[in-house]
Design a protein around this ligand. Sequence first.
Ligand code: SER
Length: 310
Amino acid sequence: MLVTGSSGQIGSELVVALRKRYGRERVIACDINPSGEESGPFALADATDRAALEQVIRKHRIGCVYHLVSILSAAGEQNPDLAWSVNIGSLRNVLDLAVRYRMEQVFWPSSIAAFGPHTPRTHTHQLTVMDPSTMYGVTKVAGELLCNYYFLRYGLDVRCLRFPGIISWKTPPGGGTTDYAVAIFHGALREGRYECFVSANTVIPMMYMPDAIRATLEFMAVPRGRLRTRLGYNLSAMTFSARQLAKEVKRYLPEFVCTYKPDERQKIADSWPKSIDDRLSRKDWGWKPRFTLREMAEDMLKNIQPDWEG
Ligand code: SER
């Protein structure tokens, strides 16, 4: 198995989980930067470079790719050309090579960012309006369509999940609109305060990393005949406003002060759903989230500050 973007927020934890389940040597981590904490085989390669990627795939006889390389929403607005070429260029490389080398499976994360201002914002349905206003979102919609096409045209077993914002403590996210939900914990523990870049009322669906990893593993283990869509599956776990999150942190750190100073990311946040209808995931492959806001916050604080007693 190959995990591209292995040094990123999801990659750094997915690699560890896959190695635990399938064996250290069977999982090749791949990134343009080593994480510095490699727990097994690592290939230095840029997934937008088809020849370099092909070399890694041949050398390690890869049969399955978890393709996590991506420029996130806020970073993508700084450089839309780069977001398109990295997100779509690398995905096409992976899909073409997966067909050429007759791979068994490909996993690709889509996102709530695939939705847009005209999408119904609550209980957003699986099949609905998708008119993203960020280049990141455009690459997610285009990417889902590409995945579906490769399934229809070549029979490639490619699977996508539409992740909500992902909260984790091991590796920081970078360049996303949902990053405040991670940064708030670090601000609270280090300085007792945090200036949030979206308004207090901003509500975005989120998920704690252990649920995201478990979702990925369970989803990839389902027999292919059970899946009814090759576009992204909606996925939901928890949803809360920035104020509710700050309140939750304050339960443990009563002195914590959160202030709000919305910047250009507010507009992005406002274009995304507030809650997601993930019934198709529940039906087709048995998805069920475990972590609530309260459990997530407690676990985050405990792990960011190892001597934390709660
Ligand atoms: N976490 C991502 C972002 O904020 C959404 O997929 O860009």
